[in-house]
Design a protein around this ligand. Sequence first.
Ligand code: ATR
Length: 267
Amino acid sequence: MKTYLVIGNPIGHSLSPLIHNYWFKKYKFVNYFYEKRKVDEEDLEKIVNAVRKNELRGVNVTVPFKQKIIPHLDGLDYTAEKTQSVNTLLKKDNRVVGFNTDSIGFYATLLKKYGYETTDNFKFFVIGAGGVTSSIIDGIGEANKIYVTNRTKFRSKELKKKFPKIEIIDWGTKPPICDIVINTTSVGLTKNENLKIDFSDYLNNKHTLFYDLIYNPKETNFLKNAKSRGNKIMNGQMMFLYQAQASFKLWTDVNPEINDEIIKILD
Ligand code: ATR
């Protein structure tokens, strides 16, 4: 049996096993199995060792361990190094290496799913400076104009150390009209929570995409409000699928198809 894991805490909500086991079956990887495991920080070393000993063939890492796993690894790929965030483990040349597929997962949604041919010269407004935000900024690419705001200014300043070209905006204020506005905060996970940012200047703006990384609930107030203003919207489901696709490709060399069937499984 070739075992794969997603580790996190909590982990009960994770839909990763559903996706990866579906792909293992579809692409005829016999005896491959993916499961979720709730772990504590003390368990991280053991998990990495299990990859080293081939007891685990691959691991996805989720909240709150994407950074905490790093000291236990033998190496990082370029994006994991840049973002200091790891969501995929793989043994390569006898070393356990940490990869970040969130970043490409995010960007793929804009190009492949949303249909932009390019986002060159787009302006991005990124709300939040939490664990996932560095992957989003890396995915956008620093060639674009990126404004970032966070309730706690210290954290946006820390982010600017990693990505010097971003422009920090005070919490509660807004940059000029942007092409894509992304919520990377946890506000909206609970019903009725709402970001206290006034977007009324986007009324009837059919160009701007409001993108919430949250996918449960499917439509946060951030997205509901955008929809009622006439803006485009997208939730985090597609990013979740595209990061899973990139992890699967790293592990198996097969690039699994993202189609309506897999989206239906998630719904
Ligand atoms: P995770 O690693 O799960 O992303 P995190 O790193 O704590 O968690 O990030 C949560 C993000 O949501 C942060 O940007 C956080 O802002 P602070 O840095 O000020 O804490 C943001 N966030 C959470 N609750 C918020 C709230 N009620 N209002 C505004 N921002 C909030």
